[in-house]
Design a binder for this molecule. Structure first.
Ligand code: T1G
Length: 707
């Protein structure tokens, strides 16, 4: 059977339609740019063709360059001979017809055309910065000419997708047609109308909008200043700015050369390698080994949450934000009132910030219905228990749910660590029970840890994975153990933080190391935000359940002193009234000095590298244990959890990807040395030893052992 060509030219009377057909998203894989060039040449050479359309088959226009080709030593075609270069020199008019998305090289090819039309639901953008590179196909030179350098800067440095209506208003596209219109017919009609237009509009030949940069030369430095915090340690965002600046200072052809130089600096840099890894790892999480592709998914049209506390309210908001009506069950009227007020306040804050329209806030609130009986939630498709972290009350809730919920309802617990099997044992339908662990604040954090119990049915997990994506989360499936994957892999990091202080390190030094590494906030500052009282209550519960649980004397001392963090004006740090800026506090240093002395630890200096490796290697070692026990399916799943659950800097790929930069052998040797010095908590995982001996990268480690 003949293969469908990646690109073909169809003749519709005097209009040539160039169709890109490279499922699933018409990426510019090898052969696609060549196909566009060949069809364009054929159309220009055919006297019967007066104008052309460039369109994508399936659900997309073109999703951009094929990201899988990067970093493989690919040969980039010379400037002037790329598809967008040739489109820009076509004798006959070319109309880009956009559905779905035109992203990266997709939009760059569209901007090489003379005109662009799109369906209303389409989106366009230059998201290259999100994978550590920059628009390398003329995008940094054409977009500033199309919309002005200021808007171009914002679009290219943010990488955001722009809806068609906004793109029309900005001048990126020339017309919008209804989603249910026949896009090809509309584009052919548009091409007919412009077939005789001469001279043809060519973005590269129109510098008028660049004058904006002369009127506001400070826009580039202002952009550099505005991204300084979130672009820490990264190069791509700054090269994006330089490329747009070049568009405003160099002739077009020179600008293309400068763009190419700036692109070359990025493609194989560690930042781009890490961001490409994260892009594909985020898609790999959806592949759960025990779930067959054709597994039926239980539809979720209505939801319910049990518990109107911080987590329950945030979970309810996640459903309401995604258009799913949700009932929130809380027995205590006071608790319900507080819970509903907290939800309203959360939305009001977004409205005040301008990120949510007031009408949308009301629409979302209308989707959240407070109820006070189990009967009122019985017909919900899914229910998520989000009461406090104690097993007995959770089992009571699940016994009640078992008694009232309709058959096939998904019965989920938001527990962050407790045994899913024991919770399921409170019901007669363990196959419908799973963990759905949200991260606080639940309406903001994207990670959803989907925990399978011994009797959880595969289709239950498949349904919860899809439900997570439907409410804007990144769903990651894992097995059942104390702390599951995210918190269990993070626990040794927290232990090591405490021990470093017991050895005399100060919170501000540890936090400075982690912020310099790329975290938005240091772990001790985060502790002050979350509340030392919350941490203390958690440690008390764990100590009651586990006699070997290691106490944290310094944190406990601060709690006893009433230092709960920001909420009391002092915790690990001191805070000025009404200001959330953490200030090192000599009182804390004194507590640390005293306890370190009590423990017999002589004062010593700590290098930043020791602090960083003590914290992260502890978690890498635990991640290896989690993998060898089969609790996580693959190392990259753990990385996605760290990116979306703990704010690990995305441009470092994730915990395990970062460790590969040091290498399993070096990590093993260091952990083995700390095992000699500190004892059992640093015993190297079996899998770590195997990876070190075999030279297998951490990122290739799979459930049950090495790749
Ligand atoms: N290259 C290769 N594969 C891609 C791809 C791409 N650009 N985009 C998507 N895929 C795969 C993806 O891995 C998945 O594979 C499947 O397609 C469906 O994707 C010169 C240098 C387009 C908005 O950064 O943002 O152009 O898992 O699950 O949710 O200046 O994919 O099925 O095996 O994400 O509907 C710039 C990246 C490239 C766009 C669709 N373009 N893609 O989202 O589906 S660099 C991008 C996306 C560039 C030029 C530069 C999204 C999407 P699998 P999906 P989706």
């Amino acid at each position: 059977m003949t293969e469908t060509p990646l690109v073909r030219l169809e003749r519709h009377d005097s209009i040539g339609v160039i169709i890109v057909d490279n499922p699933p998203v018409n990426a510019l894989s090898p052969g696609v740019p060549e196909g566009i060039i060949a069809c364009l040449a054929e159309g220009n050479a055919d006297p019967a063709i007066r104008a052309m359309v460039l369109i994508g088959a399936g659900r997309a226009f073109i999703a951009g360059a094929d990201i899988r080709q990067f970093g493989r030593g690919r040969v980039r075609p010379p400037i002037g001979s790329r598809s967008h270069d040739l489109l820009d020199r076509s004798e006959k008019p070319v109309v880009a017809a956009i559905r779905g998305f035109a992203l990266g090289g997709g939009l760059e090819n569209a901007m090489g055309c003379n005109y662009r039309i799109a369906v209303r639901g389409a989106k366009v953008g230059l998201p290259e910065v999100l994978i550590g590179i920059l628009p390398g196909g003329g995008g940094t030179q054409r977009l500033p000419r199309l919309v002005g350098p200021k808007v171009a800067l914002e679009m290219i440095v943010s990488g955001r997708h722009v809806p068609a209506e906004e793109a029309l208003a900005l001048g990126i596209i020339d017309a919008v047609v209804d989603d249910d219109a026949d896009l090809m017919a509309e584009a052919i009609a548009f091409a007919r109308r412009v077939a005789n237009t001469r001279p043809l509009p060519r973005i590269s030949a129109d510098d008028r909008k660049l004058a904006e940069a002369k009127a506001e030369p400070g826009m580039f430095d202002a952009m550099r200043k505005s991204i300084a915090r979130r672009a820490r340690n990264q190069k791509a965002p700054y090269n994006c700015i330089l490329a747009v600046e070049a568009a405003c200072t160099l002739p077009f052809a020179e600008g293309l050369k400068r763009e190419s130089e700036l692109f070359q600096e990025l493609e194989n840099a560690p930042e781009a390698q890490a961001l490409r890894y994260a892009f594909f790892a985020e898609r790999e999480v959806a592949r759960v080994p025990y779930i067959a592709k054709d597994t039926s998914i239980r539809p979720v049209a209505t939801a319910a949450v049990v518990g109107a506390g911080t987590m329950g309210g945030g979970i309810a908001m996640s459903f309401a934000d995604s258009g799913i009506p949700v009932r929130i069950l809380e027995a205590s009227p006071d608790a319900m009132a507080r819970g509903m007020q907290r939800i309203r306040d959360n939305y009001a804050t977004s409205v005040k910030r301008g990120s949510l329209a007031a009408a949308e806030m009301e629409a979302r609130l209308a989707r959240i219905q407070p109820v006070d009986t189990y009967a009122a939630i019985a017909d919900s498709d899914v229910v998520i228990e989000a009461i406090f972290e104690e097993m007995a009350p959770k089992k009571q809730v699940f016994a009640q749910l078992d008694a009232v919920m309709k058959p096939g309802a998904l019965l989920l617990s938001n527990t962050s660590a407790l045994d899913i099997d024991e919770i399921a044992s409170a019901t007669g339908r363990p196959q419908d029970v799973a963990g759905a662990h949200f991260f606080s604040p639940a309406n903001v954090m994207k990670l959803l840890e989907v925990v399978r119990g011994a009797k959880t049915a595969p289709d239950t997990i498949a349904s919860v994975m899809k439900l997570g994506r439907a409410i804007g989360k990144v769903s990651v499936a894992c097995g059942n153990c104390d702390g599951f994957v995210a918190n269990r892999s993070r626990a040794p990091f927290n232990t090591e933080m405490s021990i470093l202080l017991e050895e005399g390190a100060l919170p501000e030094q540890v936090d400075a190391v982690m912020v310099e590494f790329g975290y938005p906030m240091g772990p001790f500052a985060v502790g002050d935000l979350a509340g030392l009282d919350i941490g203390h209550a958690g440690r008390k519960r764990r100590a009651a359940a586990d006699p070997n649980y290691r106490k944290q004397p310094i944190a406990d001392r601060l709690f006893e002193m009433g230092r709960y963090g920001q909420k009391t004006g002092a915790g690990w740090y001191r805070y000025e009234k009404g200001d959330r800026t953490p200030h090192p506090d000599p009182v804390v240093a004194e507590v640390i000095r005293g306890i370190a002395a009590e423990l017999g630890n002589a004062p010593r200096a700590f290098t930043d590298d020791e602090i960083l490796r003590r914290l992260l290697f502890a978690s890498v070692n635990e991640a290896c244990k989690i993998l060898e026990e089969g609790i996580a399916h693959r190392a990259s799943d753990i990385d996605i959890m760290w990116l979306h659950g703990f704010g690990f800097p995305r441009y470092r790929g994730g915990l395990m990807f970062w460790a590969d930069g040091i290498g399993p052998r070096a990590v093993y040797d260091q952990i083995a040395a700390w095992h000699q010095r500190y004892g059992a908590r640093w015993a190297p995982a079996r899998l770590l030893r195997e990876l070190a001996d075999s030279g297998t990268p951490f990122r290739d480690a799979r459930s049950g052992g090495a790749a």
